[in-house]
Design a protein. Structure first.
Length: 315
C-alpha cells in the first residue's frame, strides 16, 4: 500500500541549470537579455568614428553566420530545395533585418546618441501593431489606438529634442532620421517574419536570412571601401565585431527564444520596456551620455504607449 502510494506520487523530474528550474532561469534571463540587446546600440556609439558603418554591419553578420553554421548547416543542406523556393523572401528579410537595421543604426550613431537610438527603437512594436492592422486586418481597439498615439508622440518629442520648432523648420538631427528609418525596417521585418509562409525550421530560417543579409551588405561594403572608408581590422574592430556577433546577435536571439518558449510571448514583451531603460542607464555609465528632459518626456509617452498598444483586448 505504501509502495503503491509512493509510486503514484512520484513527480516528473525537473531539469535544473545552475541550481535553477527552467522557469527561474527564464526569469533571470528576462532581466539579463536587455543588456545583450543594448550592446548593439552602445557599441555603435562607442565606435562611430573608428569603424566604417557598413563594414561593421557586414562583419557582424558574417561572424554571426559562422556561429550559426554548426547548428544549422546540416538542416540547411537537407532543406536546400525549400531555401531555393523561398530565396526572395529570405533576401528581403535579410535586407530589412540585417542590412537596413544593421548599417543604418551604425550610420546614425555618428550624429545621435545611444540613448536616442534606444528610445526611438522602443517604438517599433507600435508600428508593428499599425502595419498588422492595415495590411493583415488584425484588430486595433481604442486602447491600442491610444497607445499608438502616445508612442508616436513620444518619438516625435525625442526626434525634435523636445522643441517643436525643430520639427517645423525641418532642422532635425540626421542620425535620428536614420534610426527612424531603421526602426520602420525592423517593424516591417517583424511583420513579414510572422506572416510570410515558410516550411523552414526557425533556426535554419534565421541562418538563411542572415546569409541573405550578408549577401545584401557585401556590395555596399565593397563600395564603402572603394570610396576610401577601409576598416582597419585592428583590435578595436575585432573586439567590436565579436561583441556584436556573440552578444547582440547570436546570444541575444538565443536568449530571447528561451524566454519566449518558457514564459510565453506576453511576459517576453517586457523586454521592450526594459531595453530603453537599460540602454539609457548604460549609456550614462559607459559613454557619459546625459539624460535630457526630452528623453524623460519621450520615455514617459513611449513606454506606456507600448504597454497599451501591445496588450491584448479581453475576450
Amino acid at each position: 500500500m505504501t509502495l503503491e502510494k509512493t509510486t503514484n506520487t512520484v513527480a516528473k523530474p525537473t531539469h535544473h541549470y545552475l541550481g535553477l528550474s527552467k522557469r527561474q532561469l527564464a526569469l533571470v534571463l528576462l532581466f539579463i537579455a536587455p543588456v545583450l540587446f543594448c550592446s548593439n546600440m552602445l557599441v555603435a556609439r562607442a565606435t562611430h568614428d573608428l569603424i566604417p558603418p557598413v563594414a561593421l554591419a557586414f562583419w557582424r553578420w558574417t561572424v554571426t553566420l559562422l556561429l550559426l553554421m554548426p547548428f544549422t548547416a546540416a538542416a540547411l543542406w537537407r532543406e536546400r530545395a525549400k531555401v531555393r523556393r523561398e530565396w526572395l523572401d529570405l533576401l528581403l528579410l535579410g535586407l530589412l533585418g540585417m542590412g537596413i537595421c544593421g548599417a543604418f543604426v551604425y550610420i546614425a550613431a555618428d550624429t545621435t546618441t545611444a540613448t536616442n537610438i534606444g528610445l526611438i527603437y522602443a517604438a517599433s512594436p507600435i508600428l508593428i501593431v499599425v502595419i498588422a492592422r492595415f495590411c493583415y486586418g488584425e484588430p486595433l481597439g481604442a486602447r491600442q489606438a491610444l497607445g499608438v498615439a502616445l508612442s508616436l508622440a513620444g518619438v516625435v518629442v525625442i526626434v525634435c529634442h523636445g522643441n517643436l520648432a525643430v520639427l517645423l523648420n525641418l532642422n532635425l538631427v540626421v542620425g535620428d532620421l536614420w534610426v527612424t528609418v531603421s526602426m520602420i525596417a525592423w517593424a516591417v521585418y517583424s511583420i513579414l517574419l510572422r506572416h510570410r509562409p515558410t516550411t523552414l525550421r526557425p533556426m535554419a530560417r534565421f541562418a538563411a536570412i542572415v546569409a541573405g543579409g550578408v549577401l545584401v551588405l557585401l556590395p555596399f561594403h565593397a563600395g564603402e571601401m572603394l570610396l576610401g572608408d577601409i576598416p582597419a581590422f585592428d583590435r578595436t574592430m575585432i573586439v567590436s565585431v565579436l561583441i556584436l556577433a556573440v552578444v547582440a546577435s547570436f546570444g541575444a536571439y538565443q536568449v530571447y527564444g528561451v524566454i519566449q518558449r518558457v514564459l510565453g510571448a506576453g511576459r517576453t514583451g517586457l523586454l521592450m520596456y526594459l531595453i530603453p531603460v537599460y540602454n539609457g542607464i548604460l549609456a550614462f555609465i559607459l559613454l557619459g551620455e546625459e539624460l535630457q528632459s526630452f528623453h524623460l518626456l519621450g520615455a514617459a509617452l513611449v513606454l506606456p504607449g507600448i504597454f497599451l498598444a501591445t496588450r491584448r483586448t479581453a475576450g
